[in-house]
Design a protein around this ligand. Structure first.
Ligand code: MSP
Length: 526
């Protein structure tokens, strides 16, 4: 039986349209799932929507909709977006679905019955018009940080989760599993700033609104949105039901991908909830940085948000995926700039990759009428070095993919592309073509077959990130052998070559100034 790999994204609040920052998380999860599948894993990807809570209730009201209608529409729109971005998720969980609500309610009940959740009193600064509690620290000059009005100190009955009970257990877990949180800097931050100083008990119910899952034994309380939301990772698999095959097969998650702002919930509270339930903990949590623009945060009210539609409708899905996966460093924030987008597109995609394919197909047609019998090949002096270097880069790319360092993995793949373009310049096929010498003709065959082989390898390596470009390469070069392991051996005479008559450009070159202007207009703001 093949090994399993379970990867998740956060479930997104449907409080607004998703921008390219949150699209990145989903694209990364999809690319990881595709990669694992290529490596022979039975991979499962989960995404979904976090549909309860006061914020959603309010946004629905602002849109003159009842919350359920509002979240239904948003879920449809989000699923459409993921389809457009070529996201191959296996399940889409919504916290308003019965399959989730029933189990989340039981989980809360169980935790209460076994004494992990107790009834207490919540005290905080309450803003009446916003119907929200704030802590002292959150207030701005003693007033509501949202509307600026007076707040009053209020108390209400609330349920709390006894986090303190798990203090030692979680610390031990962190010590024993140093790679649990990636990158390491975030792990250390969490451990030193939040865990070691002592974890406070967490308020896990609200009585001030009711768009949420009601506590079974005390329905004036709704379950705190994070306890509700985090359980999605197991409710989607059928945990707690009599059809829990997916739970049995896929849990524990191999990787939760999240943004850095929700690391505390995933790195502390979620593991503790699981410990309390006696369930295995996820194997790894990866928290990526934030995407912003040069001017700072993208914000709807400032009108400077880049939405994925802006990119994929104009430049294609693969270019959008490539840009995000290539530009996002593993352990830092990233800044979207019009210049970097256009450079990546024109430089990496249109020039380096697009031209390599285009030139190769052009030469096979010009020199051989599109078909070559590779058995007549004679090595050139540049071949063996080229082969060795490509195989080395394949190994390096693989290590990066395994470590979920996607930007570095793609960098390695582009090094293969660059080696291939250099190989053409060194081998000078146009000179070999002009020669009358039989040996030179055989060398020309070798050059062409080396280029086709390197493009075959590149086509396989880019599959997780650029699925469309990859299949275009395979089609245009008539390539059948596309399994991952076949990239480890450079074999120029794999198969007789037969290419399309005219190559279809993978990426059409952009007018740099025009596109920078267009992209800049998106982030100029109101
Ligand atoms: N609903 C919770 C997650 C619950 S998971 C059990 C939530 N939703 S969210 O819609 O606000 O955020 C979803 C994800 O988008 C988070 O991982 C967050 O970090 C990410 N991002 C939001 N803005 C972002 C950027 N500007 N850049 C990158 N990621 C960003 O939190």
């Amino acid at each position: 039986m093949s090994k399993k790999f379970y990867v998740t994204t956060p479930i997104y609040y449907p409080s607004g349209k998703l921008h390219i920052g949150s699209s990145y998380t989903t694209i990364l999860a999809d690319a990881i799932k595709r990669y694992k599948k290529l490596r022979g894993y039975d991979a499962f990807m989960l995404t979904g929507a976090d549909e309860h809570g006061q914020k959603i209730e309010t946004v629905a009201k602002e849109n003159n909709k009842d919350p359920q209608t509002y979240v239904d529409e948003m879920a449809e729109a989000t699923k459409k977006l993921w389809k457009k971005l070529n996201i191959e998720y296996d399940d889409y969980i919504r916290t308003t679905e019965k399959r989730h609500e029933d189990v989340a309610r039981e989980i809360f009940d169980k935790l209460m019955k076994q004494g992990d959740i107790y009834l207490g009193e919540y005290e905080g600064w309450y803003c009446l018009p916003c119907e929200t509690y704030f802590t002292e620290k959150q207030l701005v000059e003693g007033k509501c940080p949202d509307c600026g009005r007076e707040v009053r100190k209020m108390k209400e009955e609330a349920y709390f989760f006894n986090m303190k009970k798990y203090q030692n257990k979680i610390e031990e877990f962190y010590e024993e599993n140093p790679n649990f949180i990636q990158p390491e800097s975030r792990r250390n931050e969490l451990l030193n700033n939040f865990i070691k100083p002592g974890i406070e008990d967490l308020c896990v119910s609200r009585t001030s609104f009711d768009w949420g899952i009601k506590v079974k034994s005390n329905p004036k309380h709704v379950i705190y949105v994070w306890l509700d939301a985090l359980t999605n990772y197991i409710t989607a698999l059928g945990y707690g039901t009599d059809h829990d095959e997916n739970y049995q097969k896929y849990w524990p998650a191999d990787l939760h991908i999240i943004g850095k702002d929700i690391i505390r919930f995933h790195g502390i509270y979620w593991p503790i909830f699981l410990m309390a339930l006696g369930l295995p903990l996820p194997k790894q949590i990866y928290a990526h940085g934030f995407l912003s623009i040069r001017e700072g945060k993208m914000s709807k009210s400032k009108g400077n948000v880049v939405y994925p539609e802006h990119l994929y409708e104009r430049y294609g899905v693969d270019a959008t995926r490539y840009y995000l996966l290539r530009e996002y460093p593993f352990d830092q924030d990233v800044i979207f700039t019009p210049e970097s987008f256009v450079n990546r597109y024109n430089g990496d995609l249109a020039n380096d990759l697009g031209n390599l394919l285009n030139r190769t197909i052009g030469m096979v047609n010009k020199y051989f009428g599109g078909e070559i019998n590779v058995s007549e090949l004679a090595q050139t002096e540049f071949d063996s070095e080229f082969e060795t270097e490509v195989v080395k880069k394949v190994g390096e790319a693989e290590v990066c993919y395994d470590d979920i360092h996607f930007s570095n993995a793609l960098e390695k793949v582009w090094e293969i592309i660059s080696l291939s373009n250099k190989y053409i310049d060194k081998a000078e096929p146009w000179v070999l073509f002009k020669s009358e010498n039989e040996e030179d003709r055989k060398k020309l065959i070798s050059v062409m077959s080396h280029l086709v082989e390197s493009l075959r390898i590149v086509g396989i390596l880019i599959q997780p990130a650029l699925p469309e470009a990859s299949s275009k390469i395979f089609n245009q070069l008539n390539i059948e052998e596309t399994n991952w392991d076949s990239t480890k051996e450079f074999k120029a005479d794999r198969k007789a070559i037969k290419v399309v008559e005219k190559s279809e450009p993978l990426f059409i070159r952009l007018d740099t100034n025009e596109e920078i202007e267009y992209l800049s207009s998106l982030i100029k703001g109101k």
